[in-house]
Design a binder for this molecule. Structure first.
Ligand code: BGC
Length: 758
């Protein structure tokens, strides 16, 4: 593409200053045009190239000798590189040694905090607190940017209804509405109001699209679904991210309609750019381009050309765009315009980050020393963790007292390296607070804390090994299961209460960590049984990155506190909740099944022509012979140390037109004797549609703080957009007719009212 500016010399182009009086947009265009006009084909392809710097790996990097490539202008950005010193050194190569001195992007999976680690995203989503979530991303951006990073591969917003899929830990659960709110909050937290500030970073929403619907919950697997379902149930969080101004999008590994997302033009261009108006750039996932050879849509050159044509701008690790697009151009398979368009988008992102003004703006050693892992950030991580915990059951055991003797058992009790959970690449594992440390500090000599491991993660050592990768060892004990249990029994018998820290290891969820068996490993259940046999009260502190099937535990153990992976300060946060300094208020963002056979299970299901009403089991109705349709714990569920009651649902009018709104109000009362937070949830059901509608859909929520005995009136406004959906022809709108409104503290226990849309 030749423009009027294309005659600028390289010198003029490089000297072009951002202090020009023109508006930012035109200044940016001028800068990018001037660069494009002098770039060689190889330099343009270099901008599309994103090799891994190799500090951490999630696959096989094909790149080598990265430094030389940077000098030749053959690298657009690096990821998996940490510390200002290393980043500065790499940036120096780009801006001092390469011909055009174009600065590099530095990416990292800053997923739930940087060195101050927050709860895994699934846990964070259970806070239902958008300000809290935004703040966690703000702090992550602050720390990462102080340490040289300017781009994070977050948020992950893949809706998923299959707890077998390990990556549910990285997302926000099953609901498109909640997921959309969280997508917006995260992007605001990372990008702030000014992407060019040195403490904000570029966000990358992923994995576009439908990655969470992989068949059988197996990672990287095929997805296949109707467009009506995509648009209504799986697309909304990605679209919300685009609406919130996300600057980059990562294509997913899976195929859609038989075409891998990375080469899917309908997805990346028709929907993302043309329908949603996305203006940023698309990066492939890790070797997402070369993996399309295995998918079976062509050789290295072909898949690379297909990726570019579809709308993928940057190639993570495959180097297919760098190595083959020149040949494809010669053969007329792609155009230079397509290359220019991709290159332009990358340059625009660099411009928006302010890298052309100051390529070292994120490389301030002083900031790295003073703004990372600060006392204040760790305190915020601690209180955030406590907000993410979900109290699943409590038969008057919790909170426990700081007196007497507490037995702490379980493979997760003294497991620092596991506290941060999956995707915590910048964490300082050895400094995380374990449950043992948290309880010891919190009791401060007032109660005696006795510890015994009690069980390994699993009797299968290979499974334990594969679940504790990346330095997250659980320090497997070589004693037999019986010896470990006996030791735990000895301390349990001397105690007043038993806290059992059990569940999954950090890498038992996350990428490539799918499971077909989602119950607690037998050896851990045996430990719980042994603890129960003492007759002492037992509290499960449950670590997990996914909904587990806990029917047995629910039936047998008096108290279960689900703590996910709470981050670097998890142990302190757990103590805060166990001793009642913090009242738990988390609510599930994903349904817990009774057993794995119910999966996929989610509250916003359709009704079928033969819904079960009344008693289970009924022949020729939609149900199972061996288990009811009910989940163990429904979406939105979570207990508190106090309890709440709901008054009747009041509507401002029995009818509404498409131009006005209805106000829904309900009185919520704290019936207990201590202050607590309740997430008041609003669901809607469209009773008749041209296409069938879910039995309930979340359309609003508010987290309210109520003093003991206090009543607050919570109001929601329903507008026509809340009643709209994508129809069979993918047109969007609401249909007149009757709607039910439900309000409650979870998706199952609700009060209802009805209105009509005229
Ligand atoms: C994951 C992405 C991640 C990327 C870079 C991939 O394997 O799927 O979520 O951002 O690696 O580390």
């Amino acid at each position: 593409m030749r423009t009027a500016i294309s005659c600028l010399t390289i010198a003029t182009c490089l000297a072009f200053s951002c202090s020009s009086p023109k508006s930012t947009g035109s200044k940016m265009d001028a800068k990018v045009d001037s660069l494009l006009s002098v770039m060689t084909l190889d330099e343009k392809l270099g901008q599309l190239n994103l090799p891994s710097a190799g500090d951490f790996t999630t696959g096989q990097a094909e790149s080598s000798d990265i430094g030389k490539k940077i000098e030749k202008g053959l690298v657009g950005g690096l990821f998996n590189i940490k510390t200002v010193a290393k980043i500065k050194a790499a940036q120096k190569l780009a801006v001092e040694k390469s011909r055009l001195k174009i600065p590099l992007l530095f990416g990292m999976d800053v997923i739930h905090g940087y060195e101050s680690v927050f709860p895994i995203p699934l846990g964070l989503s259970c806070s239902w607190d958008m300000k809290l979530i935004e703040r966690s991303a703000r702090i992550a951006a602050q720390e990462a940017s102080a340490d040289g990073i300017n781009w994070t591969f977050s948020p992950m917003v893949d809706v998923s209804r299959d707890p077998r899929w390990g990556r549910v830990s990285e997302g926000n659960g099953e609901d498109p509405f909640l997921g959309s709110q969280i997508a917006k909050a995260m992007i605001k937290g990372y990008q702030g109001d000014d992407l060019s500030a040195n403490n904000t970073i570029m966000s990358c929403v992923k994995h576009y699209a439908l990655y969470g619907a992989s068949e059988a919950g197996r990672d990287y697997n095929t997805t296949d679904m109707s467009r009506v379902r995509m648009y209504n149930e799986y697309f909304p969080p990605y679209k919300a991210a685009v609406d919130a101004g996300v600057e980059s999008v990562m294509a997913s590994f899976n195929e859609i309609d038989g075409i891998p997302a990375t080469a899917n033009k309908w997805l990346l261009t028709d929907v993302l750019r043309n329908q949603w108006g996305f203006k940023g750039f698309v990066v492939s996932d890790y070797t997402g381009i070369s993996e399309m050879i295995n998918h079976g849509i062509g050789d290295y050159q072909t898949v690379s050309a297909k990726a570019l044509e579809a709308g993928t701008d940057m190639d993570m690790v495959s180097e297919g765009l760098l190595n083959t697009l020149g040949q494809s151009l010669k053969e007329g398979k792609i155009t230079e315009q397509q290359i220019n368009a991709a290159c332009r988008r990358i340059l625009v992102a660099k411009y928006k980050l302010g890298l052309f003004d100051d390529p070292y703006k994120y490389c301030d050693e002083q900031r790295a020393k003073t703004e990372v892992y600060t006392t204040a950030n760790r305190a915020e991580a601690r209180s955030t963790a406590a907000q993410s915990f979900v109290l699943l059951k409590n038969n008057n055991v919790l909170p426990i007292k700081r007196t007497g003797t507490i037995a702490l058992v379980g493979p997760l009790a003294d497991a620092k390296e596991n506290m941060t959970g999956t995707w915590s690449v910048a964490a300082r594992f050895s400094e995380s607070i374990s449950v043992l440390e948290g309880l010891t500090k919190a009791t401060n000599g007032k109660a005696k804390v006795l510890y015994a491991k009690g069980a390994n993660l699993d009797e299968n050592a290979t499974l334990e090994n594969n679940s504790t990768l990346f330095g997250k060892s659980l320090h497997r004990d070589s004693r037999t299961a019986e010896q470990l249990r006996d030791e735990a029994l000895r301390i349990a018998r001397q105690s007043d209460v038993i806290v059992a820290a059990v569940g999954e290891a950090a890498e038992m969820s996350g990428e490539a960590a799918s499971r077909t068996y989602i119950e607690l490993p037998d050896t851990q259940r045996d430990l719980i049984l042994a603890m129960m046999s003492t007759g002492k009260p037992v509290v499960l502190v449950l670590f997990t990155g996914r909904p587990l099937a806990l029917k047995w535990e629910d039936e047998n153990v008096p108290a279960i506190l689900n703590v996910w992976f709470g981050g670097s300060e998890a142990g302190d946060a757990i103590a805060d909740v166990l001793f009642g300094d913090v009242n738990p208020s988390g609510k599930l963002s994903m349904t817990f099944p009774q057993n794995v056979g119910q999966v996929p299970i989610y509250y916003a299901h359709k009704n079928t022509g033969r819904p079960l009403s009344g008693q289970w089991f009924q022949k020729f109705q939609s149900n199972y012979l061996d288990v009811s349709n009910e989940p163990l714990y429904p979406f939105g569920y979570g207990l508190s140390y106090t309890s709440f009651s709901y008054g009747d649902v009041k509507l401002s009018s029995p009818t509404m037109s498409s131009s006005d709104s209805i106000t829904v109000s309900v009185d919520v009362t704290n019936k207990g004797s201590r202050e607590g937070k309740e997430v008041v949830q609003l669901y809607v059901r469209d009773l008749v549609g041209f296409v069938t509608r879910p039995v309930k859909e979340l359309k609003g929520f508010e987290k309210v703080l109520l003093k003991a005995g206090e009543t607050k009136t919570v109001t929601f406004s329903i507008k026509v957009n809340d009643l709209s959906f994508y129809k069979y022809d993918l047109s969007y709108g609401a249909e007149p007719g009757k709607f039910k409104v439900f309000v409650g503290g979870n998706s199952r226990d609700v009060k209802e009212a009805e209105f009509e849309l005229k």
